[in-house]
Design a protein around this ligand. Structure first.
Ligand code: AMP
Length: 131
């Protein structure tokens, strides 16, 4: 991510406003994706490098750099995201076999795209603790 798009230097709202982020571009149809869900506040699409037979990303349209950047005012949006993840998993047929929901938060935890996203992964077995 370029320096100007980092939350510390450049407030989140400007990153979103100027659509500097790839997930903002996908959410606004400025970049292609394999769409799964499109709602007013939340969208979902298939991960480009799937780590499981089903690997879907659920994101808010609003640019939030990470979960750590969410605030009290985002409470309803976070609820919508979780419920969208639940619906996506159900519609993908993942409930019976089980599925994993992951939010990598910060580079140290493996976050590589700095727009909040929920990974919904399923279709294989999982170990714990995660790597
Ligand atoms: P994370 O590492 O948790 O930030 O996850 C970012 C995810 O976004 C990775 O699994 C990438 O494979 C995925 N990704 C990156 N670019 C795209 C894209 N253009 N379309 C779909 N998924 C993407």
């Amino acid at each position: 991510m370029p320096w100007y798009a980092r939350g510390f230097w450049f407030p989140d709202r400007y990153v979103g406003l100027f659509r500097m982020c790839i997930f903002c571009k996908i959410a606004n149809h400025q970049m292609p994706a394999r769409w799964v869900l499109e709602e007013e506040d939340v969208v979902a699409f298939h991960d480009i490098h799937p780590q499981a037979p089903t690997h879907i990303l659920v994101i808010p349209r609003k640019h939030l750099t990470s979960l750590a950047h969410a605030e009290q005012q985002d409470e309803a949006l976070l609820g919508k995201l979780m419920l969208a993840a639940r619906r996506v998993a159900k519609e993908a047929g993942l409930v019976e076999g089980g599925y994993r929901v992951v939010i990598n938060t910060g580079a140290g935890a493996g976050q590589s795209v700095f727009h909040l996203h929920i990974h919904v992964l399923g279709g294989r077995s999982w170990g714990w603790p995660p790597g």
